[in-house]
Design a protein around this ligand. Structure first.
Ligand SMILES: Cc1cc2nc3c(=O)[nH]c(=O)nc-3n(C[C@H](O)[C@H](O)[C@H](O)COP(=O)(O)O)c2cc1C
Ligand SMILES: CCCCCCC(=O)C(=O)O
Length: 365
């Protein structure tokens, strides 16, 4: 029997070792951002229209040229093998079965090629900018050859933020799980730890190039013809710059509360980013990421002008619960709820959600 999302969360918490659960669930600093996005979404109220023909609701949409069964994608998350022995292979199978997009983390624990072989839906590859560009170039070319359809550069993490739970646990990736797409020497540091700093936080300071600027996007452009997506944009100013640099999509995201503490929540930033993109008259799609737990959250994001949403931790809960089956159930649960909201909102397709369909989450700047 399919469970509600919170039941998958509870089951995952029970099954996983404490430090793994903390790595999944935890946030940075005071963890203020773990709840900020959820609170913003909960404050918004839907404004339904009635007497619309909703006898057939069709949640299908297109994101960067890929057909999706609903405006839903799985966010990039490192090391799925922490949740299930099959790792990203199980997640890819599930995303394909549900008809949604999967974004594969640069720190995936299965190879890009084996994930692609298991996937029947579209894949994007997420990147952090490493000091070693040869490693990045190799990864990008492998992604192209394996049929990945876009590159997602995460721009809110010049380094991994201090996450108190991980620091307290002396968190390090267990030795039998590896970021297998990166050369061993690039990764070895993430398996040892030092008091007060988790191994991955230290490792990110060693390996990530925190000196990159907008000008460096030119290198990515020269390296690949895949569309470029930026993840972690939270201001209109950066949205304008992204559009000027030819970015194809923006993921409005707080990194699930794991990076800048006391930041604005992603749902509160969505309107100004959508307006900045619209004002630039650019072909740039917008995706809301973080705290998506209900079909109604997808509807709220679409009303605010997003083209789709991403969900993160719920996929890991499903994975920890029962591998492919669990992830498929979690995704289907969100999609079924969304289809019902479409009917009750009087919005038979994703493009029928009007700006007036939701109250504004005010966030003046
Ligand atoms: C365990 C874990 C690992 C993550 N790894 C990455 C990553 O490798 N790259 C990245 O851009 N974001 C990463 N994220 C952030 C997610 O992509 C996403 O922004 C966040 O989980 C969304 O919030 P949600 O979990 O509330 O849906 C990670 C998140 C979690 C929970
Ligand atoms: C040096 C390893 C970085 C992986 C970080 C993944 C993660 O926890 C996150 O982005 O959040």
């Amino acid at each position: 029997m399919a469970l509600a999302l919170h039941a998958y969360e509870a089951a995952a918490k029970e099954r996983l070792p404490g430090p793994v659960w903390d790595f999944f669930a935890g946030g940075s600093g005071t963890e203020s951002m773990l709840t900020a996005g959820r609170k913003a979404l909960d404050r918004m109220q839907l404004r339904p229209r009635c007497l619309v023909d909703v006898s057939h609701c069709d949640p299908r949409t297109r994101l960067l040229g890929s057909d999706l069964a609903a405006p839903l994608a799985v966010a990039p998350m490192a090391y799925h093998r922490l949740a299930h022995p099959e790792g990203e292979v199980a997640t890819a199978r599930a995303a394909g079965e549900a008809g949604v997009l999967l974004t594969v983390s640069m720190f995936a624990s299965r190879t890009l090629e084996v994930i692609a072989a298991a996937a029947s839906g579209p894949l994007w590859l997420q990147l952090y900018w490493l000091r070693n560009r040869a490693v990045m170039r190799d990864l990008i070319h492998r992604a192209e050859a394996a049929g990945y359809r876009a590159l997602v550069l995460t721009v809110d993490a010049p380094r991994v933020a201090t996450r108190p739970r991980d620091a307290r646990n002396g968190w390090a990736i267990p030795p039998d799980i590896r970021a297998v797409n990166l050369p061993e020497e690039t990764m070895s540091a993430s398996h040892g730890s030092r008091a007060g700093e988790s191994a991955i936080a230290r490792h990110s300071r060693d390996q990530f190039d925190s000196s990159i600027t907008w000008a460096d996007l030119a290198w990515l452009r020269e390296t690949t013809s895949l569309p470029l997506v930026l993840k972690g944009v939270l201001t209109a100013e950066d949205a304008e710059l992204a559009v000027k640099h030819g970015v194809s999509a923006l993921i409005v995201s707080n990194h699930g509360g794991r990076q800048l503490d006391f930041a604005r929540s992603a749902p509160e930033c969505l309107t100004e980013i959508v307006e900045a993109v619209k004002a630039a008259d650019a072909e740039c799609q917008v995706v809301l990421d973080g705290a998506i737990r209900h079909g109604a959250d997808i509807a709220k994001a679409l009303c605010l002008g997003a083209d789709a949403v991403m969900t993160g931790r719920p996929a890991l809960w499903g994975l920890a619960h029962s591998g492919t089956e669990g992830v498929t159930a979690v995704l289907r649960h969100l999609m079924d709820e969304f289809e019902e909201v479409m009917a009750l909102m009087g919005a038979p397709t994703p493009t029928d959600f009007p700006r007036t369909g939701v109250t504004q989450p005010t966030c003046p700047h």
